[in-house]
Design a protein around this ligand. Sequence first.
Ligand code: GUN
Length: 400
Amino acid sequence: MLLHFFETLNYSHVFLWVYTRVKRSLSFSLSLVSLLKGVIVTFIIISKRERSALLLWLCEDSDFDEEEEEEEEEEEMVLKAATSLLQALGNAARRAIPFFVSDDDDDAKIIDGKRIAADIRAEIKGEVERLKAKTGKVPGLAVVIVGERKDSQTYVRMKRKACDEVGIHSFHSELPETISEKELIDVVKGYNDNPDCHGILVQLPLPKHIDEEKVLGVISLEKDVDGFHPLNIGMLAMKGHEPLFMPCTPKGSIVLLERSGVELKGKNAVVVGRSNIVGMPASMMLNKKDCTVTVVHSRTKNPKEICRRADVVIAAAGSAKMIKGDWIKKGAAVIDVGTNSVEDKSKKSGYALVGDVDFNEAKKRASFITPVPGGVGPMTIAMLLQNCLDGGKRAIEGTK
Ligand code: GUN
């Protein structure tokens, strides 16, 4: 019987066995690197005083037997630094765990956007604290909303709450639907001139009587945290140029791929959709990452055939479950930007959010996939905070 077993083994079995072992040990090494990175990053972002206190404490320096008050202050700092490090260790361990437990080679790894966004927000919070300790200043974001669209109001509330949580100061202008284009432009110009404001976000869409392009074009290039200014988009497109800011949703999609360890250089990437907010900038970002990019849109003749050749798919078409399992190449990485609300009687609200990708079908073919909700969504706000921090640092510290 044993002989029969060896007779039935062929090269493909051996190759598959070796491949699986190599893949697992690579995942193991990546996990260790991830853990180490988490600790080093935190050690860098905690304040200088906390770091020295922690080092002193670790080295059991006898400075602690000085005045009682000083001792208490130092102990507090050690505690703060140790808490930050433990938190980072926890985050890094959680990031590493999927590599250890994922034993299912058939289904895609689910990219947890919620967790990655939380890690990024924690990193930003640390940086804001460092900036405040060094300069006494924090980044400021102005959020401008026109009219009473419920979805826009919800997004704006979420953005302001996220700012509060990481210590970014937020300014707020809630303007009536009837405001004139000139009055809105004057509000934007006021924030352009305010030195405590380092980012301006005009929530879209604007009412029909206002020319969006004109308003976005007025935002100072250095405060364009949405990355929608024509000059920032132009610099994103051009070789040898870098924009000051990149649009948040596509930037978040790329960060999800990178933080999941997906190699982009030389890969075939397909972007489904060509909107100014997601599809168009996503295609340019992938191009900058050395992908060969194809954009599929509503007039494309053979979208399925084109998608099937893609190693990386970014779906931003705004059409529920349009991308089926047989559109996906085996082993592709799939980022689903779609948030479509569809009727679902099993839910209390009567509807459910679904992406542009048929998740249950696609996960059987992809190697990585984002869920909806919980994939790209949380990254948009994390990237907005990152852009505010970058803008704030440039203005306050004069960094590049
Ligand atoms: N409306 C929908 N998405 C966005 C966005 O990313 N930025 C702004 N300003 N408005 C939006």
